[in-house]
Design a protein. Sequence first.
Lengths: 548, 334
Amino acid sequence: MRGIAVKIALLLAACLVTLGVAGSGSGRGTLVFGGSADPTYLDPALVSDGESFRVTEQIYEGLVQLVPGKTTIKPELARSWKISKDGKTYTFFLRRGVKFHDGTPFNAAAVCANFNRWFNFKGPFQDASATFYYQSIFTGFRRNESKDLGKPLYRSCRARGAATAIIRLTRTNGPFLPSLSLSAFAMQSPTAMRRYGANQGELRSGVFRPTGSYAFEHPTGTGPFRFVSWKVGEKVELAEYKGYKGDNKAKLARVIIRPISTATGRLQALQAGEVNAYDLADPAHLSTIRSNSSLKVINRPSFNVAYVTINAAKPPMDKLNVRKAVAYGLDRNRVVQSFYAGRAVVAHEFMPPGLLGYNPRVTKYPFNPERAKSLLRAAGLTLPVEIDFWYPTNISRPYMPNPKLNFEAFAASLEQSGFKVNAHSAPWRPDYVAKVNEGSAGHLNLIGWSGDYGDPDNFVGTFFQDYNPQFGFRNARITRLLNQGEAEFNLKKRAAIYRAVNREIMNFVPGVPYAHTRPALGMQKRVQNYIASPTGSDRFFPVSLGGQ
Amino acid sequence: MLRYVVRRLLLLVPILFGLSVLVFFWVRALPGSPAESLLGERATPELVQAYKERYGLNDPIYKQYWSQVKSWSKGDLGTSVATHRPVWEEIKDRFPATIELATAALIFAVGLGIPIGFIAAKRYGGPVDHASLFVSLIGISVPVFVLGIILKYLFSVRLGWLPGTGRIDVTITAEHPTGFYVVDAIITGDWATLKDVLKHLVLPAIALGSIPLAIVARITRAAVLDVQNEDYVRTARAKGLPPFIVDRRHVLRNAALPISTIIGLQVGLLLSGAVLTETVFSYPGMGRWLAEAIFNRDYSVLQGGILFVAFVFVFVNLAVDLVYALINPRIRYS
């Protein structure tokens, strides 16, 4: 028996030695990237999540694109464009000689086919779970099937020859052009979409799902990488598109994007060499990454805002002086300096610096407990003023790595400033977010926003253009200015309008912005030319891999 | 025997019915609803309300249950709100991964647990016995996810000996006709892939198999101690049979019944332990999928996934019961 035991031990040891060679690595020219989840599917018109866009950004191109690392736009499939005097007609002059991955030509007819496809969506495709971004920008379809949908922004598209597409809108709209940089409005091969059933879909138990194979097996764009395969839970594999015509030619032969759901898991995969780079790094892990001589941290430019909601529908927050007292009572400097590891700046308005219409001269509210108390007394209140303050649990957001720490510091500074804070918390999703959105998360709550595309409407328009139960107020002047800003297409005029909006908002104090953060990515030092996009929609075409 | 099998299969009906009720109400007792999960953090209260109205989430709970039962009876387990894929399709993709991992963990637990328990019993009271008891205690006490994190940190991150993420090196392009990667690699004769898949199985299998290993070792030790003092063992030794034959024919064979019972019970533990192990190792199986479904309030996935796992568990138990008869001819089912 002793002999058997020895043999088993030797066999196990042999197995471990045989299997235990160096950890898996990636070959030269192949970037293995760690995301947090699988894409939903790969038809960009039908998704709204970052992990789907991470893949579609590589496969597809839009008429315009973001300048790498910025939120301004530049030409992509359109060489240039012209806007009519009335602001309702956009003429796009297209790049010539471009072909989709299936070999069919990209031309003005293909542009019109894409716009008309979105406009003509019906049935399950009109569900918000299918066409979130189309509905956000274009507001309605040719035949709306729900009373919640609005009058469509799009009127028509006409191809003039092969290289000129003329888009007509029903009204002027400032966000239209910048929003075309969203992957949701990328150009897809009409032939492939027809052949593989891109316009087939169903709603099952309220969940939209394409039923054709296009969005799973045949996504076809003009981008620098073409689709190879997708194994759910494991990887999406892309390969360089050899027939690519344009400025964004891929330097890598292959890209593999794999889902690793936890930040710790992604960090360990990077340390073990199982991925070359990963996104959504936990700020607490950055020192670990920096301490490794073969790894580095890449900063994503700030394109978010963390803020404290003030619900004006809940007295005494309906009083301006009380809202101002909250603003003076929040020690934002302390929170940003203590809990953001040098990765944030104090926010003074609801959009990040650098965005069109950012106003450096809005009213600022430095921490001042005495001023807060006198404002509360001026409002006729007896101190301390009791308020409910909510924060989320089980979550780390790019703009709020540890909500509980933020909450505790804010609660302490508010108590110094004449308030008595009742703490409330709930798990982030779906409980907390639902409460904030429906306006039932107390007088104050912690929340934030990451932008989708480079337009001020995506920040202040989203928050304040219509009545929003989260903030619980109506302000005709702010609404009018935001409507003007949305309709204006002249950039100078738009900038002036949004500067005025920001001033107006910070005088009204519907909430208190407190941080703009820089999220981070972890990667091997051999990953070169990785440019992080503020919106999170990174493109891999300039990336190359150096030696080990 | 056939009547027994049929009776056990019929018993599945009330078991699954009871489970379906339990799971249905448990999932709905969780705060929040799939509406918010599906529509995301940008959902307006109006959208959430419209969704709930449209899909009957505001209906009385018994109506919701009845409508669910009707769907199940048509073989429709629903669609995941997170991945937008039919639950049945997800199960088909992920179940082979979990089975492969559970099998590897079971091989690890049984392959080491029986010899350790046997040797400990033979060296009763000695240092080997004490060492085995100590190791068993550690195996049972350390939570699976803690052991998983330690193993991953040590062997993957620090030493770089073994991969700690996923099921296969993502740079490998291989055919997967059955979904069982080990089997696929053998069928296609792709030995490089087989080696890689086995490498990916080592750490999660050790983490997942640690508790079953400790239990199997302790039960084996106890069973062997019981049996080796029986009269028939003494008689066999007195007849002059070599110790190896006595151990194999008389001791191990008779100790096998309690060991096989405990191994059968470990299958349930392996399936539930997979939730944590697969999360730590980003292993694309049923466990990680169910864990994510809890956070997403993914009703269809939770219901369909749990019912499916329960179904498998009941079948495995039936199989274990039938195996008893093969191991011990004294057992007869009627």
